[in-house]
Design a protein around this ligand. Structure first.
Ligand code: CA
Length: 240
């Protein structure tokens, strides 16, 4: 196994796959290429975890959204950067909902793709550092949440929270920095698939903001991402 970070490039256009491989190798990565979903999954099954996956949306056997969704469903959070021929908003939303980290429209500048991959990998490493100690106690801002004892304090004051609220906080913490859709939250926290009422999620996020945010109207930890869902930032949002 090479010491270099390894990427999986899933792209069925052979010349583009070759070009991507070459460029990423020049940037210091080892690269595996797959030209179908089936081939991608056979790589994913037999190798060490990849540093990141570059995933074309249109493939001969299954689409990239499906591949990404399947990875996330089995708890694989390798950074995924999706490539698509269309710049439709629905595609972007679908990509984010499938759990992609980033999204680029063809034709794209290869330098930009290399930069995006690098930043997705860096971001994921940073998140791991931030959330690794989560085990049973999460601290962020002025809050401390003990998932074992269900003790929650904010600015030194005890706060009573329901099991479901705590489950939601835990899921956000495990996915810090990543955009999570309402559908994903319903599925993983509420254990409801295809539940039509995503407003449930909004109501609970409001409750978390009231518990934890210095100002619930100007959240810095539990952020809305328009058209996509929510993003949890343990260190707060600098731009807010
Ligand atoms: Ca394609």
């Amino acid at each position: 196994m090479s010491d270099k970070p390894t990427l999986l490039v899933v792209e069925d256009e052979a010349h583009l796959a070759r070009g991507l491989k070459l460029n990423f190798e020049l940037d210091g990565y080892a690269v595996d290429t797959a030209s179908s979903g089936r081939e991608a999954f056979s790589f994913l099954a037999r190798t060490e975890p990849y540093a990141a996956i570059v995933l074309d949306v249109t493939l001969p056997d299954m689409d990239g959204f499906e591949i990404c969704r399947r990875l996330r469903d089995v708890g694989d959070y390798t950074p995924v950067i999706m490539l698509t021929a269309r710049s439709l908003v629905e595609d972007r939303v679908q990509g984010l909902e499938a759990g992609a980290d980033d999204y680029l429209t063809k034709p794209f500048d290869i330098e930009e793709l290399v930069a995006r991959v690098r930043s997705a990998i860096r971001r994921r490493g940073w998140e791991r550092e931030q959330t690794a100690p989560v085990g049973s106690v999460l601290t962020f801002g002025e809050a401390r949440v003990d998932f074992d004892t269900h003790e929650v304090t904010v600015r030194g004051e005890q706060v009573r929270m329901t099991k479901l609220e705590l489950d939601l906080v835990r899921y956000f913490a495990q996915n810090s920095g990543r955009v999570v859709s309402r559908e994903e939250l319903l599925k993983h926290v509420w254990k409801l698939a295809n539940h039509p009422n995503t407003r449930t999620v909004d109501n609970f996020v409001l409750r978390l903001r009231r518990h934890f945010e210095p100002d619930a109207a100007e959240p810095v930890h539990f952020l809305s991402v328009r058209g996509a869902g929510y993003r949890f930032l343990p260190d707060g949002d600098d731009d807010a």
